[in-house]
Design a protein around this ligand. Structure first.
Ligand SMILES: CC(C)(COP(=O)(O)OP(=O)(O)OC[C@H]1O[C@@H](n2cnc3c(N)ncnc32)[C@H](O)[C@@H]1OP(=O)(O)O)[C@@H](O)C(=O)NCCC(=O)NCCS
Length: 242
């Protein structure tokens, strides 16, 4: 089948073949980059919990590397546990460490180009979240943290079990205590420190109440949902429907 656009004849079958060939070549060079990067993983500085990511796990990344979007930048290479799910539609760049049982959703961007990002085990980073670390600093995200759809995280520290609501913004150097819930759309200011166990809402963030037993019960359930979801995606994969 041929078509004519702007005075040029295109054969659609030929075009599809060319596109497939380009994608195959891009994938090949990308897998090569991944393998090379893994050999260098031991020289990546700053990851103190390397024991949590067994070398066997890292090797396993190779076998499914073509479905993850990991990028080396300026010699900085992501290290991701094979027990974690990173959507192929997510983008993970540079010095980013992701521990076990995490869910990194579709469209999430984790950019560790000038700084580093550490993500603790059982943490969910949902769709469209943007995480960036300040230059020469580490953005530490603890264990069992939930970061809701579309949140922007430029913070220094998010402690274990915190919940960052959908569309919230955590500005530069902000710190969030453990089991604290940042409400949907909330803005945590530059350098703002939010203590543990509170709900904050609004712009700028203000404490509206304490986290209660009902919140913990709900969020333990919600967090487990994403640990299970990660395993399901790892096991079954996504199938593109043509
Ligand atoms: C924030 C959260 C704990 C609030 O709990 P809640 O029981 O629904 O709300 P509460 O009634 O306790 O709200 C307390 C106060 O905060 C206010 N508030 C709640 N959510 C707010 C928000 N997103 N923005 C501004 N104010 C908010 C309430 O209006 C209330 O104010 P008032 O005392 O003046 O009436 C809850 O909505 C939550 O967990 N949000 C996160 C959800 C999310 O994004 N998950 C990730 C994706 S799965």
């Amino acid at each position: 089948m041929s078509t004519r656009t702007a005075g040029v004849d295109y054969n659609l079958e030929q075009m599809m073949g060319d596109i497939q060939q380009s994608v195959r070549m891009a994938l090949k060079s990308w897998i090569h980059l991944t393998n090379e990067g893994e050999q260098k993983k031991h020289v990546v500085a700053g990851w103190t919990s390397a024991a949590a990511i067994q070398s066997a796990d890292v090797k396993a990344i190779k076998s499914r590397g073509e479905s993850m979007s990991l990028y080396r930048f300026a010699g900085r290479m992501p290290v991701v546990s094979a027990k974690s799910y990173v959507s192929e539609a997510a983008v993970v760049i540079g010095d980013v460490k992701i521990d076990n049982d995490c869910y990194i959703g579709h469209g999430a961007i984790l950019r560790g180009d000038h700084g580093a990002i550490e993500v603790g085990s059982c943490t969910a980073i949902e769709e469209g979240v943007i995480i960036h670390a300040f230059s020469n600093s580490v953005c530490r995200i603890g264990k069992n943290v939930t970061i809701g759809h579309g949140a922007i995280v430029h913070a220094e520290n998010i402690e274990d079990y915190a919940v960052i609501g959908m569309g919230a913004i955590l500005s530069l150097h902000a710190k969030i205590g453990s089991w604290t819930i940042v409400a949907e759309g909330c803005v945590v200011k530059n350098h703002q420190i939010v203590p543990e166990g509170v709900v904050v809402a609004g712009n700028p963030a203000k404490i509206v109440r304490s986290v209660e037993a009902r919140d913990r019960e709900f969020w333990l359930w919600g967090k487990q949902l994403y640990v299970d979801l990660a395993q399901q995606y790892l096991r079954d994969g996504m199938e593109q429907v043509k």
